[in-house]
Design a binder for this molecule. Sequence first.
Ligand code: NAD
Length: 504
Amino acid sequence: MKDIMNASTMKTNDLYRQDKLFIAGEWVAPLDGRMADSIDPSTGQVWAQVVFAGTRDMDRAVDAANSALRGPWSKWSPAQRAALLRKIGEVIEANIEHLAQIETRDNGMLLSDARKNVQSLAQYWYYFSGLADKLEGRNIPVDDGYFAYTTRVPVGVVGAILPWNAPLQMVTWKLAPALAAGCTMVIKSAEQTPVSAYEFAKLIQDLGIPPGVVSIVSGIGAEVGRHLSAHPGVNKISFTGEHRTAMDIMRTGAVNLKRYSFECGGKAPHIIFDDANVDQAINAATHSAFALCGQSCALGSRLLVQRGAYDRVVEEIARRASKLRVGRPQDSATHMGPQAHQAQLSKTLEYIGIGQAEGAQLLAGGQRVSSSDLEGGYYVTPTVFGNVNNSMRIAREEIFGPVVSAIPFDSEEEAVAIANDTEYGLTAGLWTNDLGRAHRVSSQIQAGTVWVNTYRFLRWSIPYGGFKVSGLGRENGMEALDAYLQTRATIVGTNATYPDVFSV
Ligand code: NAD
């Protein structure tokens, strides 16, 4: 593959440079963009310089996506699209180490997690490859003399706006179903983590994709992200990020009544009943609080524990939190790496202060890590608050850092009420050995995903998305295709007659 820097052999002080945008199948200099620094959050140092697009560059990408939509891409058979998706999966699988190294440098996620994550992304491409030729319509029986059927057609040009917490995963979750459906896509990566999307473009550039089907441009959300949402040449926005940003996108996108899929934040209740297998629940609760340094929308950030198990669970999670090794994400001994950028570090520390001021009991963590070997990096200690009540801000607002708030409850009814007393509704977990309770409680939880006696189990084939402000539409699973398709009804008069209704 051309032009791919070898991240695995790149020395820490080498500067990665990407000065071209990927538009219409070519690497082009920006018309009105500029270069920007990308920071390695494990050191706080600039590790890459990357081009940011301007609004004219975005226009160029949208024009190319429209031309591709009406050009040869529209003639590709479903089987051809399926073959392309399969090839993309294979290319990802052949470059796991490279992509994982990039993701770790740019985002700070543990290298071990990044490897697993990239490996799993290939499966998403294979899954949607398998669905590309199964976009079937319906034959609808109607009156004699008419033949009615539906076809599912691509929604058109899609603008994808990505967050910084799982950059390449978000490229995959959006682009794979969009290409399976026959759409074209302009991808705007997050300003904090632009690199892996460009490296992905380098891997797929020689696979024979018609120019303009995929363009990749990074840039500032309030500038080019907004421009993309407002653009009349874009039919749909697929967005992952904050729900307040989603609301702004909805307002700016109203100009041509765009379609939307939104994956927004969460404040997941992770409920442990005292009849549960508490040891397993503790494992899951600790992992779900601190995985990805807390920068996951599925984080089990509100730990609801029934009074009989409360002390045991909370003491043990606090003990484990204080033992977790915070360190460089490339070090295989590290349990938790840095926050992905300076603003997120500040936000996490601010919420820790808010929790203390609100009177929650700080049981573990609560500071920026100050050891000399991690100097400059955005590290914070895994933090556990006890005796939280659900009206506190640390229980209501998404922190997106390694902070878990433990809330005691007495009855099943109270657990459900607390769980649902939030504007979010993305994920939830519950632990119980009572089968009836498992079904009873999971059916009352207002969330798009409910895990019972497990947590964080995600698959390409399982739909994922939110209730309430946590989102609109679903990613993954067959439902993901619905977001990129629209239905056309065709009605054929088979008698070749039409009555003279007005008879004048
Ligand atoms: P964000 O909303 O600030 O930014 C997300 C993207 O939107 C970025 O690319 C940004 O440049 C762009 N953007 C910002 N303002 C814009 C505007 N006015 N118009 C158009 N685009 C704009 O969110 P973030 O801080 O990058 O990401 C963290 C959030 O993402 C968290 O709330 C998290 O829960 C959520 N998230 C959700 C999921 C999920 O699947 N539900 C997954 C990952 C992250």
